[in-house]
Design a protein around this ligand. Sequence first.
Ligand code: C2E
Ligand code: MG
Ligand code: MG
Ligand code: MG
Length: 280
Amino acid sequence: QAKRVGGNRIEPYRPAFRAAGADKLQIESDLRRALERNELTMVYQPIVDIESAEIAGFEALMRWDHPRKGNIPPSEFIPVAESSDLIVELGMYALQQACEDIASWYRALGQIPIFMSVNLSSAQLLRNDLYNDIRSVLTKTGCKPPMLKLELTESVVMHNPEQAARVLARLKDLGLQLALDDFGTGHSSLSYLTRFPFDTIKIDQSLVRATNEKQLVLLRSIVAMARDLEMNIVAEGIETEEDAEELAELGCDYAQSFLFGPPIGANSVLKLLREHFPVM
Ligand code: C2E
Ligand code: MG
Ligand code: MG
Ligand code: MG
């Protein structure tokens, strides 16, 4: 019953930098240049209702089209950017572009009920200007606060829980949505579900594909607790229709995976949305 949306292109994993023997400094300076030369782009993966496959929103994911090395996956360059101040600029670029794009889809299609999820790194959260930067991006792009969802992993909030709690409360007051990303990979501290104002929990693919009985127990209790807290539950990386049905039965609301639709460019999203939300 899961419907595929959009095209399908899964890139093989090629560790471009390690293969080239280049070091972190090299990647850093390449990345700096990439920002200036517009080699970084955003793609958007649909987040869909797990039962109806209706599109609920998109997650913005960064891509680096390197002139010589080709497509470099975020798993290679985001950690490098995070180990320097570059992630702040990269993060602002992602936020700006994602907000611009969703605002333009709204302008083209009217008030469609979709949100845009953007990943936030620890260095961004701990900067004093984050709140004002986000407000100014929203104003400039015409993206309304409820249209924007910020995704943070446990490790991002764990870095400085007190400050994270303060900043997240302010962002929540502004009207943004907040998602706890990759849950089930790190400490999976259930207290995080209540300690911070998250309205969404994204269960990591490793747990979604739970195979042994202990993992299943963990998965069930996380879903049960999130449900009791009335959070939205997204299952990441579901691979089979069977798993989709099982997770829906457990109480997951949404799915995000190649099975339901890979990340696609902004123009393809607009086409997809036109089919999905035909003008009355
Ligand atoms: P994430 O935030 O957990 O994003 C979901 C990742 O899972 C994406 O990988 C997506 O392509 C992948 N995915 C989706 N469906 C499936 C599936 O069915 N099977 C499998 N195996 N994978 C699936 P991607 O785009 O390579 O990004 C990896 C990570 O890089 C992200 O994980 C996020 O932590 C980070 N990242 C990407 N873009 C940004 C960004 O703009 N800012 C920050 N701070 N981090 C980013
Ligand atoms: Mg994410
Ligand atoms: Mg995730
Ligand atoms: Mg992840």
